[in-house]
Each structure stands twice: as C-alpha cells, then as structure tokens.
Design a protein around this ligand. Sequence first.
Ligand code: ZN
Length: 339
Amino acid sequence: MENKIKEVKKEIVSKSNLIKDLKDIEKLRVEYLGRKGAVTLLLRKLGTLSPKERPKIGQLLNQTKREIEELLKTKEVEIEKLDKEKRLQGEGIDITLPGRKLGRGTAHPINLVLREIEEIFLSLGFKMEEGPEVELDYYNFEALNIPKDHPARDDQDSFYITKDILLRPQTSPVQIRTMENQKPPVRIIATGKCYRRDATDSTHSPMFHQIEGLAVDKDITFGDLKGILTIFVHRMFGEDRKVRFRPGYFPFVEPGAEVDVSCLLCGGKGCKSCGYVGWLEIMGAGVVHPKVLEMVGYDPEEYSGFAFGMGAERIAMLKYGINDIRLFFENDLRFLKQF
Ligand SMILES: [Zn+2]
C-alpha cells in the first residue's frame, strides 16, 4: 500500500509537467481526487488494513492528497497568469474606438436666467457683488429707511434667527454693504438666495432668488434708470417688448416705480396669463432715497442713484412659460431636461 501511494505521487508529478491548460488540470483532478480517482480509491481501502497499519497509511494518504491539491492549485495559478499576459499582449489599446458617452447634465433654468441677466448688466458696466444670506436687521431694514416701527416690516414676514439676525428677505442689504465700503461711482448687481415665510403655492416659495441693481454717481436721474431697464427688457425678452413704469412705493427709493413689460403671450392685447391687462409686472425700481445715501455717509446733495430688484423665478417663469414656481425646486428630471 505504501509503495502504491508513492507510485501515485510520482505519476502525478510527471503528468503535471505536461499540463498545458486549465482543462488538463481539471482532468488530473478528476483522475486522482474525483469520486473514482486513484487517491479516493486508496482511501476506501483503508478499512481493509490491520488496525496497526491503518493510522500510518491513513496519514500518508491524507498528506498525499493535500500535496496533490496544492500542486494542482499552483499549476492553475501559473496558467492563469500566463493566459492573462498573453491576452494583454494581444489586446493592446485601440485608440480609434469611440469613447463611452457620459450622460451630461444641463444648467438649472434659474441659473440660466441668472447668468443671462448678469451678462446683460456686466456688458452695461455693472460689477457683481455679493453679501451674506444670514444678515443683520440693520442692513435689511434700518439702513434701507425701514425703521423698527415701519409698517413695511409686516409685509416681509422674515425668518428671524435672533432679534437682530435674520435670513435676508431681499438682496437689498448688499447695496448698503457695498456703499459702506466704496465711494461713488457705484454700479453693481447682486444676485442670490432670499427667504420669506411664505406658504408654498404656485407663485410662492419660502426660498427664491433675487437680482438687485444699484448705480450711484453725480447727476444720476430717473431717466438713466428708464434707459438701463429698457435696454435690459429688450435684451432679455426681445426688441419688440414695450416697457411701462408705474408709480410704486418702496421705502428705500423716492420716487419708486413698478416696471411692467408688454405681455409675452398676447403682445399687449390681453389674455389669461396677463389677467387681460396686456402687461406683466417684472420688477420694482426707483431713485435711491436720500436717507439711504445719508446712512452710508454719501452726501445726497452731491450724489444720486437708482436701484432695482427682481425675482429670478418670476423672470424664468415669464421667459420659459412656466406656470408653477414649485417646478423649479422639485428636481423632476422630466422638467429639468427641457433646458
Ligand atoms: Zn397677455
């Protein structure tokens, strides 16, 4: 029995030198370790041995079995490595193959509108400014001629963090911060997020985007404001749009105006979307109030200015014909992919 085992071992070692591929290895595995394999058959014969011989032969057989398993495993690893090297040599890289296409995202409609508005005003000589979204009450109201007891504060239900700190309900505080740090001439636009405690519906969102503009210099008049905003409307909505300035009240301007554009759908004849008046309101504007200039240390006798502010969502809704502000924030790809 012992000789037989040694013979089996010698046999498989010489056969293993002839192995060419994984199939050969599998064949040897079946031949020796399979259910009817040489080693398995020897193991079955253990029962016929004398109790004295059995442990010694059993141990030898088990060891031989392990050695064969290891031998075959080593051969397998060798062959796999060789196969891989061969494959790599044969393959190379085909640089003429077209690349894999990645799905590209598109810009959000609000960003598109902000970018377009920014470009228009930058081309007119305005500079970009920005300010904090968490703002002091002073910059939001007091410096904008809205004292503590002013009724305008009730209109803007704001998110207060403490008595004196709030999430800005408008981008106007950027005007004050800019003027405090800069001498005239000033010509800036500021865009960014604003927050108001509005319940969400088709035209309101507690978070929205504003675009704010300010120009201060010697001899700036309401005429300059009309000129700049007319250029803006024509570039944004088309040369054939009419612009209308109606008197409007905002505490930080005097005189103040609401700016309308002739309805984009009916061209001014009157339709459902303009409430049958032919006009759509797009922003508030006016000549900077002398008190605001005084607050930042400008002499209102020497300098004057104009300011305007509009909502990016409103502009985007008018421009793209969107009837529900919530679509901007629901992240529905079917909507977003259209831009
Ligand atoms: Zn209309």
